[in-house]
Design a protein around this ligand. Sequence first.
Ligand code: UGA
Length: 432
Amino acid sequence: MRDIGMIGAGYVGLVTGTCFAEMGHRVFVMDNNEEKIRVLKSGGVPIYEPGLEGMIKRNVEAGRLFFTSSLQEVVDNCEVIFIAVGTPPRDNGEADLSAVERVSAGIAKMMKGYKLIVEKSTVPVQTGKWIKRTVSMFNRNNVPFDVASNPEFLREGSAISDFLKPDRVVIGVETERASKILREIYEPLGAPIVETDIESAEIIKHASNSFLAMKISFVNALSVICERAGADIKKVTEGMGYDPRIGKLFLEAGVGFGGFCFPKDLRAFIRIAEKLGYDFGLLREVERINEEQKMRFVAKVREALWNVGGKKIAVWGLSFKPNTDDMRFAPSIDIINALLKEGAEIHAYDPIAMDNARRVFGDTIVYGEDKYSVLEGAYALCLITEWDEFKDVDLDRVMELMETPIVIDGRNVFDPAVMKDKGFYYVGVGRR
Ligand code: UGA
């Protein structure tokens, strides 16, 4: 078992660090946000992720998981240090790597014995080279070190099982020593380990997210064709998905993808390509289709209501996907803002994301207590996020509460035939 350092107690750092502790390692999670560390030390968890709170508690109690705001403490205790700090987008879409540089320099100045410095944050290709250069510059005593890339593929909402049962583990390394350490850490998970050079590992992350985003935009564009041709996207994707070359997953048409990863990584990858002298037009189109899909949803609301202004509209689901409280780049933001601009009165409900939504919308919308209360007197129900609790509803009650029975379903949660049978004016995505 090893002493592992995790720099950055954000989503990736906290989940990964805790899971390493669960595997039996002694883990030091460091963040320079002292308030965050204070919360973690007092047993609080700053993010919502199913199962995480219990796992943190268990490992802290077992003496395997520590929180600190001191980089020195991590460097003194750990031979392997993962960098999982934020790489937020700049205005031009490029990732801001200043935190990665700061941490690399800090480690270099403090290290006294061999360190394996592993980039875990999503970073542009060639960041590994920059880390190596930065560490070399500040490494005045010529302490031996290696740099590696180990991209993360966790999904919010299922991050713990994604970590413990990964489809693959990617390690980009330059030396036998680095390879041996990372293999030793990951082999117990029993997943295929893809060992590459550092640049390839870095590209695998952006390429994977961009490819998945492309799949979603493809299906969303296809949904337009289905709507116009009278076909059913659910059936079309079912028919396509049996082909293993296409696969069944990630073929759900909806209101567009959101979250802190796909939109950001897609833009970053377009910029990376540009900097390398290649216009990745395909990915620009993926982005465009995604923006358009949100506005197509708004157009459906407009078409159903005739006049939107002054009407009460109920919204179910605000987070960018179910099982998370994350509102970052959530499609609900653009959709609701567009409806507000047309004068709608929005009454929204989300099972978990209400607090974060308040920070986004302030008092421009009304926040409901539960899924039924927002429906009272509503002219339309807009379903934006497919939480399980919206799949299991009393449709007669919904009908009774609403002023006009209009349902715009952005996630194809309901069966169109059932809805029409019940007397709803129902619009899904890519189906009648
Ligand atoms: C995504 C990737 O799936 C992870 O592998 C990756 O590690 C992560 O980004 C990251 O880079 O950190 P995440 O953003 O948590 O994970 O969410 P996803 O489950 O991938 O969903 C992203 C968006 O796509 C959501 O808005 C979701 O509603 C949408 N989506 C997904 C669809 O519209 N249709 C689908 O068929 C699937």
